[in-house]
Design a protein. Structure first.
Ligand SMILES: Nc1nc2c(c(=O)[nH]1)N[C@H]1C(S)=C(S)[C@@H](COP(=O)(O)OP(=O)(O)OC[C@H]3O[C@@H](n4cnc5c(=O)[nH]c(N)nc54)[C@H](O)[C@@H]3O)O[C@H]1N2
Ligand SMILES: Nc1nc2c(c(=O)[nH]1)N[C@H]1C(S)=C(S)[C@@H](COP(=O)(O)OP(=O)(O)OC[C@H]3O[C@@H](n4cnc5c(=O)[nH]c(N)nc54)[C@H](O)[C@@H]3O)O[C@H]1N2
Ligand code: SF4
Ligand SMILES: [Mo]
Length: 730
């Protein structure tokens, strides 16, 4: 059945459904239980949302939905949800709170902001968020107008590196153009059928495979994607740069590159080739543990199938080679002639609105404040994009150097669970003078706050969805319900801004901000609300006219920006800071390589452990271990084990997994237990970030990325308990 006919079929049923079940109506909107984007139909009854279905007309998901989207109602109406502001009345983590009004909560926060700014400078106030939640431009606007250069994010090791390296290489972030059917897809450190990350949904990828695209998977684990691949490169974690250099070596030596693109549109070809030749395949095989014949086969398939694209993920960023991994994958896209071509890697443009960067008011941060950004030029590439390595913030709180940080304001983040070296994070949050948090629940982070604000879910707000993404679509998110006193972060910051002398740059009502964003297109929010979406230009090969938006106007294989900042302008491979080869003495005591943080279908980092239908799918934290290794260590399947690194230890349940090298184990991240009633909610029990390291010298030198995928550990049985570990995650 064609999509058009199917829509008609579904819609003619909707009217009937409404009548039969007595629904009040259906609101067409966009889910944001992850990075968001899927079009949904939300059915309402007695002013409550009662059912969610995929919207077949949405170009992002074509009617499909994941388990988290469906579970949104259990989030919105969760009995433990925070539905009014609270103020702490006991010591930190005592769990003693008092209900207060929104006015009182915002007045307290405003009073603190103004007094710290006066006494210690705006830089003593750090705003924080985690991953992309369609609220970041509002947070930046508030921070920039306040005059603090310190916004703490996950951008140093997630997505920020893809954006930063793309900008310095070719002007913007190249996106796989699934709509024009790539003929070869190389999935590199990504598991999009589970993670649906950033600009992508697993559905369009699966459709491309069904239509016959060749598939190469680069992953140390036999994921569902790897199992379906024509070629699976099972590399040692953290050796992606070496593998990419090896593939480039084959492409160069066998002249499989696009001569016209290389000659006319790249900068630095000759030195680049010289660098690539320093990595012969024998050396690459030793480093990566991938047989050289397989590397050759993959390089040939990728370079000779057109159009081809690379679906890249976060695994390549959480390493010491973060920036160079990204640059090498860009080089693979570029020299094979797949940049900005249909079905390859497109440089899409946003609709002509006031974009997220402009809304974020970065230009309004005074230069003298910008210079005070924590970390300064230490990680220069990150600093250039206003990204801070989180350790700078913890250090500034704990040591008061280079200046004291007095206040943290986390809006949608749970750093106790999600940042490396969790014990240090916890100490910093315990010490900081004042902390405000906006969240849905009392998380282990919120339990350390002074004020907690009840945030609104995506069902409870009007907004321009996917505003920050690079796929070129924007979609109206329409408010469906209201839940008690919950307030969107956007509205909350708009209200707070008026209390801290920023009023002239904000709006009486946040809805007017949406009009302002859309104004260049000569439409209002009321107009946009009636539309399905707007898409920017999808013109390809734009570089043939204007070149790339880089200093050389070329695709920079040799980075003039990195050179000007004193870095190696050519990509290189560095051995992970902790590995069998770089630290053999640590390896003796901790003989396994530990990957942390593979994505799980029902959870989003530390989220959803309290959502019944999602927790039922996956009750316990699970560490994957090869059956041979398990036998060697005396570990029985489903039993609790201890995983230990040089920094600490936690417990998870063992699951035998033959799809992983016996020298590697893979543990889940961000586990806490909302059902545990003590205010810590078991934050330290299974939290893998107790084991991760955040030392500056272990981070990527340009981006400051923390290497949470390449640690060394040991693993051994805990006291034996019977029972089954739930959840299948590959
Ligand atoms: N070891 C290890 N650590 C990792 C990773 C890994 O792979 N391994 N991955 C890292 C990555 S890539 C990232 S991006 C970070 C993510 O780090 P975080 O973004 O800090 O992760 P979450 O656990 O999703 O925390 C978000 C919190 O915000 C709340 N929330 C959700 N939506 C909203 C909203 O709209 N408004 C408000 N106010 N609150 C909201 C949730 O209830 C939750 O408590 O984790 C990182 N941590
Ligand atoms: N359901 C769900 N969806 C999510 C999230 C979530 O928590 N839950 N988090 C969101 C966020 S913030 C992000 S950043 C994205 C991330 O989304 P993805 O990029 O898909 O992230 P992961 O599943 O962590 O890692 C992808 C794959 O990398 C592999 N891998 C591990 N180490 C290495 C390595 O050294 N090299 C290579 N080549 N591969 C390696 C893992 O085995 C895994 O299969 O997902 C987003 N979507
Ligand atoms: S993939 Fe993300 S946007 Fe789509 S239904 Fe799932 S949680 Fe919602
Ligand atoms: Mo992320």
């Amino acid at each position: 059945m064609s999509m058009k006919r199917m829509n008609k079929f579904i819609y003619s049923n909707i009217e009937k459904e409404i009548e039969v079940y007595g629904y009040d109506g259906v609101v067409k909107t966009h889910c944001r239980m992850c990075h968001g984007g899927c079009g949904v139909l939300v059915y309402t009854k007695n002013k409550k949302a009662v059912k969610i279905a995929g919207d077949p007309e949405c170009p992002i998901n074509h009617g499909t939905l994941c388990s988290k989207g469906i579970a949104s109602l259990q989030l919105a109406y969760h009995p433990d949800r925070l539905t009014h502001p609270v103020k702490r009345i006991g010591p930190k983590a005592s769990g003693k709170w008092k209900r207060i009004s929104w006015d009182e909560a915002l007045d307290i926060i405003a009073e603190r902001i103004l007094s710290y700014k006066e006494a210690f400078g705006a830089e003593s106030i750090v705003m924080g968020y985690g991953t992309g939640r369609d609220n970041e431009s509002v947070i930046y606007r508030f921070a920039n107008l306040l005059g603090t250069p310190n916004v703490l994010t996950a951008g140093h090791f997630c997505y920020g590196p893809r954006i930063a390296t793309s900008i310095i290489t070719c002007g913007t972030n190249p996106i796989v153009d699934y709509e024009n059917q790539p003929k070869c897809i190389m999935v590199w450190g990504n598991n999009l059928v589970i993670s649906n990350p950033d600009c992508y949904k697993g559905e369009s990828f699966s459709v491309a495979l069904d239509k016959g695209a060749k598939l190469i998977a680069v992953d140390p684990r036999l994921t569902r994607i790897a199992a379906r691949a024509d070629i699976w490169l099972q590399l040692r974690p953290g050796t992606d740069a070496a593998l990419a250099l090896g593939m480039l070596n084959v492409i160069v030596e066998e002249a499989l590159y696009d001569r016209e693109f290389v000659e006319n549109h790249t900068h630095g070809w000759e030195p680049f080739v010289k660098r690539v030749r320093e990595y012969p395949l024998e050396r690459i095989e030793e480093i990566t543990w991938v047989p050289k014949e397989k590397i050759k086969e993959a390089a040939r398939l990728f370079a000779t199938t057109k159009p081809a694209a690379i679906q890249w993920g976060v695994a390549i960023e959480q390493q010491i080679n973060c920036a160079d991994n990204n640059r090498l994958l860009l080089a693979l896209m570029g020299i094979t002639g797949n940049i900005d071509v249909p079905g390859g890697q497109a440089l899409f443009q946003s609709p002509k609105i006031r974009n997220a960067g402009y809304f974020g008011a970065h230009r309004m941060l005074p230069e003298k404040q910008r210079e005070k950004r924590l970390g300064g030029d230490f990680f220069r590439l990150a600093g250039n994009f206003a990204i801070i390595n989180p350790k700078f913030v913890w250090d500034a709180i704990l040591t008061e150097k280079p200046y004291p940080v007095k206040m943290l304001f986390f809006i949608s983040s749970n750093p106790v669970m999600t940042r490396a070296n969790a014990k240090e994070v916890y100490r910093a949050l315990e010490k900081v003078d004042f902390m405000a948090v906006s969240d849905f629940f009392f998380t282990p982070t919120a339990e350390l706050a002074d004020i907690v604000l009840p945030s609104a879910t995506w069902l409870e707000m009007d907004y321009i969805g996917d505003f920050w993404k690079r796929h070129g679509y924007i979609l109206p998110r329409r408010k469906v319900i209201e839940v008690e006193e919950c307030r969107s972060d956007h509205r909350m910051l708009n209200d707070l801004a008026h209390r801290v002398n920023q009023g002239e740059h904000w709006w009486e009502d946040f809805e007017q901000a949406l009009d302002w964003i859309l104004e260049p297109m000569k439409i209002t929010w009321a107009d946009f609300k009636k539309m399905d979406y707007i898409r920017g230009s999808v013109q390809t090969k734009k570089y043939e006219v204007g070149g790339f938006s880089t200093p050389s106007r070329k695709f920079e294989l040799f980075s003039t920006m990195l050179e000007s900042w004193g870095y190696d302008p050519l990509p290189q491979y560095r051995e992970p800071p902790e590995s069998p080869y770089s630290t053999p003495e640590i390896h003796k005591a901790y003989p396994y390589i530990l990957i942390t943080g593979r994505r799980l279908p029902g959870f989003f980092h530390s989220e959803n452990r309290q959502i019944p239908i999602l927790r039922e799918l996956h009750r316990d934290p699970i560490v994957e271990i090869h059956p041979e290794t398990a036998k060697k260590e005396g570990i029985k399947e489903d039993h609790w084990v201890i995983i230990e690194s040089a920094r600490g230890k936690v417990r998870q349940r063992a699951k035998y997994f033959a799809g992983i090298d016996p020298r590697i184990v893979s543990a889940e991240h961000a586990w806490w237990f909302p059902e545990k009633k003590d205010p810590g909610h078991g934050w330290a029990e299974s939290n893998i970030n107790i084991l991760t390291d955040n030392a500056y010298e272990s981070c990527d030198p340009a981006m400051g990325a923390t290497p949470v995928r390449t640690l060394l550990c040991r693993i051994y049985p805990e006291i034996q308990k019977e029972g089954r570990a739930w959840g299948n995650t590959a």
